[in-house]
Ligand binder design. Sequence first.
Ligand code: NDP
Ligand code: PYC
Length: 339
Amino acid sequence: MTPTVKVSLDEVRNLSYRILIQSGYNREHSEAIADMLYTCQLDDCQSHGVYRLLSCQSTMQAGKINGAAKPKVSSDESAIVKVDAQDGMSLLAFNSGLPLLVEKSKKYGLAAMAINHCFHFSALWPEVEKLSAQGLVGLSMVPSHAWVAPAGGKRGALGTNPIAFSWPRPGRHPFTFDFATSAFARGEIELYQRAQKPLPNHVAINAAGQPTTDPDEALEGAMLTFGGHKGSALAIMIELMAGPLINDLTSLGSLDFSDQIPGVAPYHGQIVLAFDPARFGYDPEDTDNDAAEHLFNEIVDQGARLPSQRRFAARATNLARGYVEIPQALYEDLKSLEG
Ligand code: NDP
Ligand code: PYC
């Protein structure tokens, strides 16, 4: 068992904020990033919680990110919102464009937000859940760095490319999923490496293109998509939707831009879609006649679980006890960053 330490919820946020400020992010960015890290850590999302402070610091040290960038929101009469992150971290850009995205999706029934020129390290579920919290259906995707081989290939061409979806369920937790289209997220492989644990099969190949379960070899070789050619096609769709479609970089472009400096967050765009169910004819308040709830009940009645239930349960536990547990080695690394 990996030794862990208990960190109070306040300290998760405060430690993150202090490290971000010391690393060179301004107050607005530090607050937006610390909020994301707190939200993920609260739900025991270890690969995208406070562990990401290491990458936030390396990204700043690499000298390409603007820690004081002021995102520029623009739009015309269409249902498209554009946010230029101005080479800052994506989170403040998302928060800046969100109100207009919500307004436009209620006006048109369906709206899209394209974020450009952002560094991006985060989980997507907290963002799509900001849409479902407003009664909207949210969908988002991003590329990353070209670490993932396409099905049948031997070298990285695609990103780990997460896709997240959230469906509002008034009075309950939303139906949300959020996953990398690689078999494992890169962050998950890094956590296996830190814990010196072998990976499962079918997650990665080594630099010679042979299957490997060694995290070091996996990080030097290429990652594999989930579901073979199906995950590969989804990952390509995400490259296109959050890359060329919105006039931004693919994961290949992002990796080039990083000069392959280890730990630097990918640099690219993000697409976020919001649907207003009322405008499509769905009434989530009509609980007697709700095909969505009928479907969820049918899934749960069989003993299967809905995605995100582990997260919601972790949140309830951590809120009740007032602390989270993080690996001791990570906590020591963070304290030394702070020092
Ligand atoms: P996981 O494989 O951990 O989880 C994927 C989803 O499946 C979650 O919604 C999870 O819910 C759900 N799930 C897991 N097991 C089951 C099950 N048995 N039955 C039903 N649902 C289940 O996610 P990944 O490791 O692929 O991704 C982790 C995070 O990394 C994501 O938040 C993603 O956005 C982020 N990421 C970000 C990238 C970026 O470039 N910014 C790149 C890649 C990943 P639950 O959480 O409740 O277990
Ligand atoms: O875990 O694959 C990942 C990842 C890439 C960028 C942020 N997280």
